[in-house]
Design a protein around this ligand. Structure first.
Ligand code: NAI
Length: 462
């Protein structure tokens, strides 16, 4: 029986970042992970492999659509799917090995296997029981199921199966117009599939600023995706060479269906805590399966903590990582803190979509007086030069104090640009603070500068 200060269950971005920070703060740490490689869903079957496929398919799109416009006269590239899969797997391998290296560097013990918590202070992995002063549940999430839909990860797939399809399908139906559905739908649309997205709500990407969501849907439609909105999926039936998705339209109850070679189920994820023994321990779980915690990640059982997708909040790798870091600091006797008001969200399509802070609808609902500074990427020289003039920045600031309340944008490098606003919000900056900050020319970030100017006396290039 080995003793540790902290044992963390799960080596995803929540768990591994928590482990590294614990080690840096002088704690003796072990991480339990049953996968062959570290990094959890994000590195193995989530963020990282999907970004590799998004990049490769974007490059194909560039070659097909834009190379000739720049005088690059080459035959359109052919897709070698096996090689593209190999590239994706290499990217994953580099990243998961990177975490293994960091574990060694920080002297973190990897307890290989699936763990459970037989009692407070104890973690069982296989036949061994390890002692720990603190236990952290960082077990993440798994795809949510949908009644009437049986996943086989070949024809009817989740995000996991969508990364390793045997071939590029000619037709695909995506159930759910959320982040996974639109990212993976974009990948296969660019690779030549006819993609139909069936969404329960009347708009795509619920929770996103409505104006951005509408612009996003227009752009994706131009890229060849078809949307069926307001449609409640009734089931998926096996069909020759694929499967048929059946739905009824909420507005009039009429039935619709679409056959496809592959169906991607992307209707959300749910916390993964199976097998931990939480019920026997008396750890309270909320109705939607999330572990109940207080403001300091403590569960209802002393010495047991939880972070990331296993607890409420946006299911995002960076949110989990920040919680892991904050909890490590708390366990080391410091003051760990996460500012949930400033957590960016990014969708890695082309163009990218990003947001932070409040949406306009939220501000309206709160009765808050606000102003909007908007700027189109059509007025940004750099964006136009790379054929990415579509999209805009929308900065929201308090009408009276000018303090930045949120930012929503769709356009080139949106996922990087958003961090300028994150930093500004962390410092309680005003739109004028951004407007008074010199932005290099020609850069995409000038669009952010212009949106800030638009909150004041006006943008220059509008
Ligand atoms: P999501 O919550 O983003 O979207 C699910 C969509 O499915 C929603 O639009 C919902 O209205 C729709 N839906 C639910 N039931 C339905 C039904 N019966 N018929 C039709 N549509 C239905 O979930 P998603 O895309 O599966 O992603 C899961 C989690 O992973 C999310 O929390 C997301 O933030 C995270 N993620 C984040 C990424 C990023 O940050 N770039 C990438 C991939 C996932």
């Amino acid at each position: 029986m080995a003793g540790f200060d902290v044992i963390i269950l799960g080596a995803g971005p929540g768990g591994y970042i928590c482990a590294i920070r614990c080690a840096q703060l002088g704690l003796k740490v072990a991480v339990v992970e049953g996968r062959e490689t570290l990094g959890g869903t994000c590195l193995n079957v989530g963020c990282i492999p999907s970004k590799a496929l998004l990049h490769a398919s974007h490059m194909l799109h560039e070659a097909q659509e834009n190379f000739a416009k720049m005088g690059l006269m080459t035959a359109s590239p052919k897709v070698d799917w096996a090689k593209m899969q190999g590239y994706k797997d290499d990217v994953v391998g580099q990243n998961t090995k990177g975490i293994e290296f960091l574990f060694k560097k920080n002297k973190i013990t990897w307890l290989k296997g699936w763990g459970s918590i037989p009692a407070p202070g104890q973690v069982r992995v296989g036949q061994e029981v390890h002692q720990a002063k603190s236990i952290v549940i960082a077990t993440g999430s798994e795809p949510a199921s949908l009644p009437g839909v049986t996943v086989d990860e070949r024809v009817v797939v989740t995000s996991t199966g969508a990364l390793t399809l045997g071939k590029i399908p000619k037709t695909m139906v995506v159930i759910g117009a959320g982040v996974i559905g639109l990212e993976m739908g974009s990948v296969y649309a660019r690779l030549g599939a006819q993609v139909t997205v069936v969404e329960y709500l009347d708009a795509i990407t619920p929770g996103m600023d409505a104006e951005i969501a509408r612009a996003f849907q227009r752009i994706l439609t131009k890229q060849g995706l078809t949307f069926v909105l307001g449609a409640a999926v009734q089931g998926v039936d096996p069909a020759k060479g694929g499967a048929t998705v059946r739905w009824t339209l909420k507005k009039d109850g009429s039935a619709g269906s679409q056959k496809a070679e592959v169906v991607l189920l992307a209707t959300g994820r749910k916390p993964y805590t199976a097998g931990l023994g939480l019920e026997a321990l008396g750890v309270d779980v909320l109705p939607r399966g999330q572990v109940k915690t207080d403001g300091h990640f403590a569960t209802t059982v002393p010495g047991i903590y939880a972070i990331g997708d296993a607890i409420p909040g946006p299911m995002l790798a960076h949110k989990a990582g920040d919680e892991g870091m904050a909890l490590a600091e708390i366990l080391a006797g410091k003051a760990g803190h996460v500012n949930y008001g400033v957590i960016p969200g990014v969708i890695y399509t082309t163009p990218e979509v990003a947001n932070v802070g409040k949406t306009e609808d939220q501000l309206k609902a709160e009765g808050r007086a606000y102003k909007v500074g908007k700027f189109s990427f059509m007025g940004n020289a750099r964006a136009k030069s790379v054929f990415q003039g579509e999209g805009f920045v929308k900065l929201l600031a308090d009408r009276d104090t000018d303090r930045i309340l949120g930012c929503h944008l769709i356009g080139p490098a949106a996922g990087d640009l958003i961090h300028e606003v994150c930093v500004a919000m962390e410092f309680g900056a005003s739109a004028q603070d951004l407007a008074l900050t010199c932005h290099a020319h020609p850069t995409f970030s000038e669009a952010m500068h212009e949106a800030a100017l638009a909150c004041g006396d006006g943008a220059i290039h509008a």
